[in-house]
Each structure stands twice: as structure tokens, then as C-alpha cells.
Design a binder for this molecule. Sequence first.
Ligand code: ADP
Ligand code: MG
Length: 229
Amino acid sequence: TEKFLRQTDKLSLAGEMAAGIAHEIRNPLTSLNGFIQLIHEDSSRYHSYTTIMLSELNRINSIVGEFLLLAKPHDTVMKKHAFSTILNDVILLYESECVLKNVVVKTQVEAPHTYICCDANQIKQVLINLLKNALEAMPSGGEIHLNVTQHTKDLTIFIKDTGVGIPSHLLTHIQKPFFTTKPSGTGLGLVVIKNILYQHKGTFEIKSTVGEGTRVSLTIPLWEQEINH
Ligand code: ADP
Ligand code: MG
């Protein structure tokens, strides 16, 4: 029954998402349609119009990309992975961007050889979405603190930034599909995270103070030899 319930959960999420995605993609499509008409009438503004058009196309691309991450749960490959390897891969991926944006990443791993049972690409996606949000919350630089601690049954991961923070009245809204406060955001990053953690039987929590920063805590169950072998 648990498996069945999880499947119906996924189906209703997919339905909710499908309705939202149609709406969200229509906005940039309407804007693209408008700019093509303008170029058609006056080709001298070609350059400034195509700049906006490209950014609208990018927006559609990210919405569809993130939607696909939610709609393809069958590709999940659960295996034994060292969490620190996954984390290091993601940190490396964002190293240059952090330097460019004046963001210092401070990592403290109190579980260097801990294994989890996961789909490595999906857990990478979770960390990427969180790092992106942290970077976007610190337009003039700051710090990202990554803390990993091993407990008896799970791994706790804290991702803390010194960014703009989230007003308390928005905390309940930010996890809804398509809710974004960013001009070119998709509002799907946290939905993707929640869905992946649900599939991994993990948890997810956000605490934030405006002007001070945001702390996201995750738990992921440890690899259990007896059960998984
Ligand atoms: P997106 O990043 O595309 O807006 P997300 O689902 O990743 O979508 O995040 C939803 C919203 O939650 C963001 O628009 C932002 O308002 C808020 N948010 C998420 N993470 C942070 C953070 N680290 N600092 C400040 N605000 C955040
Ligand atoms: Mg995001």
C-alpha cells in the first residue's frame, strides 16, 4: 500500500504541475509572439528584441528541464554511494562561479566515509538547486556553510547562506510549484528537491531570517548493509 500511495502522490503532483506548466509557458510564449511581430514590423530594433527573446526562450527551457526531472521518476537508480564524493563533485562544479560572485564556501564534513543509498544524480540535483538558491540570495557576495553530520540512522546536511533571507509570511509559499520572487526564476527548484527527498525517504526544512540568511536542513537515511544486500 505504501508504494501505491507514493504513486498516487506522484500522479497528483504531475497533474498539478501539468496545469501550472501550461500557464507558466504561455507567458514567455506570448512575449515571444509579441516580439516577433515587432521585428516583423520594424527590423531596426532586431538586436534589443532578440536579447529579450533569448532570455524568454531560456526561461521556457529551464521550466521544461525542471519539469522533466519531476516527470521521470523511472530513471531513478538507487545504489550505494559515498556522500562526500557526491558533495565534492557539486562543490567543484560551482567553485568558479562562487569565486566570481565573491562567495566563500566553508565545508565541514563530520562523516567523511558515510554511505547512503541513493540516485547520485538526483542527490547532486538537490545540492545544485540549493547552492543556486544560496548564490542567488547573495548578489554582492557572502558565505555558504556546508555542514554534514552522521547520526545512527541518517545523515544531516545543513546549507546555510548569509543572503537576503525569506520573509516569514513567504515561508509557506516558497515550496509551492512556480512560486518565485526572481525575475527569471522557475519556482520549481524546491519542488524538485522535495520530490527527490521524498523518494529517498529523507526530510527537508528551511529556516530563515531576513537580512541574515537562510538555513536549509536535509536528512538522508544511511545505507543499511543488511537490508540492501
Ligand atoms: P526559483 O529559485 O526558481 O525562484 P525555488 O523553488 O528554488 O525557485 O525557490 C523558490 C523561492 O524561494 C525563491 O524565488 C526565493 O524567493 C525563495 N528562496 C529559496 N531559497 C532561498 C535562499 N537560500 N535565500 C533566499 N530566498 C530563497
Ligand atoms: Mg531555485
